[in-house]
Design a protein around this ligand. Sequence first.
Ligand code: ZN
Ligand code: ZN
Length: 365
Amino acid sequence: MPGRIGRRCGITFIRNSRHEAFSLATSPPNCPVKALQLISPKPIEANPLKAHNIEIPEPGNLDVLIRVDSCGLCHTDLHVIEGELPPKKSPITPGHQVIGVIERVGPGVSGRAIGERVGVAWLHWTCGECAWCRRGEENLCERALFTGYDVDGGYAEYVKAPGNFVYPIPSGFTSQEAAPLMCAGIIGFRSLRLSGVKPGERLGLFGFGASAHIAIQVARYWGCEVFVFSRSAEHRKFAEQLGAAWTGSSEDVPPGTLDAAISFAPAGDLVPNALKVLRRGGTLALAGIYMTPIPAFDYGLLYHERKITSIANSTRQDGFDFLKLAGEIPVRTETEIFTLTEANRGLQRLKSGKIRGAGVLSLKR
Ligand SMILES: [Zn+2]
Ligand SMILES: [Zn+2]
């Protein structure tokens, strides 16, 4: 008879009947794993994220448990860590651009399988019942929960998420390449949609970080002429390499007016500048979750049916549509890789605009 001879990290080691080999049987894992946690908001320069050993999360009936391969760094993480967004949970593990492999599937989950590679985005859960959910605007759900803000996110070796809020990842991307698609990519895509830009039109992008470097690839694929405004000479050069027709600083005036514009920068004083170069009837989409105050400006900048819209989260449909398109184009993400415990340093580089493309934590073992 096989006999149990030891147990480590939830795995039971069993000697076979001829005592010549071992087989493994898995049981619910309970081994401590690493997670980077924030106790209370602080400037990122104070290295507020600390590595702690936590229990592997226990997936609920409708959850999947994911072993994290990579997690992208996002400006929203900085807003959570530095307190521009009011704290929701302490301690909190940030991170909402997660790519990993499903290790366990809750009994109530359908359509997901152990071993499947999936992504987790900012939208963790919506109620499915409120007026917005029923209208197909679940991104506006009043009871929505967000990954790495209301619930623990992907700056950790394991994360759990509802099985119907995770996304299959196209096979053409490594996990590190795919991580920035999950927020930078999806939010950029929703911003493009809500900006109303049509194929072949003239699009302005203000700020050229992780999101814009993906959005420009989608816009170019649609045949748009893209005008990029950034204070960073490095980022302007990067935009030109990705096909920008023109680059300048936010005060510069491009040749001709823009049909649509997106601001990815959390700086409210860019709004009047963007309106100055927008055509009549054009839309300015503000992609950030946080923005410094917008200064007063002349009504003439808005008149002639120019529109300003914010972008609040994204729907699952945005995610599915974008990931499919990203695989078709294919989008190429440029990443700077950090280990899990280098998250503070990575976010410091993000804050100071030093990252070209997107910062990603890699947990590849
Ligand atoms: Zn709802
Ligand atoms: Zn994000």
